[in-house]
Design a protein around this ligand. Structure first.
Ligand SMILES: [Zn+2]
Length: 188
């Protein structure tokens, strides 16, 4: 169901892409294309909510690293009846701004749109734990990981196997197909 929805809204693209990690890929997932439709975002994230409930994972606060995690945090927070805030980069450093606070002992769920290496949520986790918060789970819409990236419990709406290649071994480059660079870490 989730893959069909992602395709329907144009969030799952096929072609030749340069990922923010520097690797090349034949598919790309742009979750913003899903999140622009609140009704569809609600359905897709209700899958995560059910998984959290099944495992009795409760939280006091939802935190999403900007940009990818912000709308996801809002929607999950709405479904769980919990506040949703976000971390963001300031001079490249992940931080908590805008007067947001995390109290000592607060149970926190981190939200992401897509997790590939976990770089963003790990930076957010450091910010949360520095404030005394306890990360109880990491959730995302699309889990693109190919191996275990974290010890935190991780939940997703869908796990997608998307092949990626080192540029020098990229079969699409060998075919002479030009790549495009969707999004970037700087604006993410
Ligand atoms: Zn390539």
């Amino acid at each position: 169901m989730v893959v069909e929805t992602l395709k329907e809204v144009g969030a799952l693209l096929e072609g030749h892409f340069l990922l923010s990690s520097g690797r090349h890929s034949n598919r790309y997932c742009q979750c913003a294309k899903l999140l622009q439709h609140p009704d569809k975002a609600e359905k897709v994230l209700s899958i995560v909510k059910e998984k959290l409930e099944k495992d009795n994972i409760e939280c006091d606060l939802v935190v999403g690293p900007a940009m990818g995690g912000v709308v996801v945090a809002y929607e999950l927070g709405r479904q769980l009846g919990k506040p949703a805030i976000f971390t963001e980069r300031e001079n490249g450093e992940m931080t908590l701004r805008r007067g947001f606070t995390i109290e000592k002992g607060q149970r926190v769920i981190i939200t992401e749109d897509v997790v590939t290496t976990g770089k963003s949520f790990k930076e957010a986790a450091r910010v949360i734990e520095k404030q005394g918060g306890i990360v109880v789970a990491v959730i995302c819409i699309v889990d693109r990981t190919t191996s275990k990236v974290t010890d935190y419990p991780m939940y997703s709406s869908v796990k997608l196997e998307i092949e990626s290649y080192e540029p020098e071994n990229c079969p699409l480059c060998k075919e002479g197909i030009p790549y495009i660079k969707p999004g970037s870490r700087n604006i993410k």
